[in-house]
Design a protein around this ligand. Structure first.
Ligand SMILES: [Zn+2]
Length: 100
């Protein structure tokens, strides 16, 4: 019984960390619950998805991460762009600054 509680705890912690970083709560919950300590560490070390610069796919117009080499929607091969779109966090901060 104690083990289940520990796994749940790690799962929740990993899920929250993953969610904060703009990733999936469920995915990181499962990873952290299956491999408790390592999963949580992986969530902590995982890149901040919502702080990544973005750009638009010239093939289908989808906004993808700057470091993506291939568009996940249409499979268009993406070269490193000259212009990037601000990250989600940047946009949010700028919006908050403009309104406040
Ligand atoms: Zn595309």
């Amino acid at each position: 019984m104690g083990l289940v509680v520990i796994l749940l705890f790690f799962g929740l912690a990993g899920g929250v960390v993953g969610r904060l970083k703009g990733s999936s709560f469920v995915v990181w919950f499962l990873i952290s619950a299956c491999i408790p300590v390592i999963g949580l560490l992986a969530a902590v070390c995982y890149r901040w998805d919502n702080q990544e610069l973005r750009r638009q796919c010239p093939g289908c117009g989808r906004v993808v991460k700057l470091h993506d080499a291939v568009c996940v929607r249409c499979g268009y091969e993406l070269e490193f762009p000259e212009v990037a779109i601000a990250s989600e966090v940047d946009v949010r901060q700028r919006r908050a600054a403009a309104s406040g």
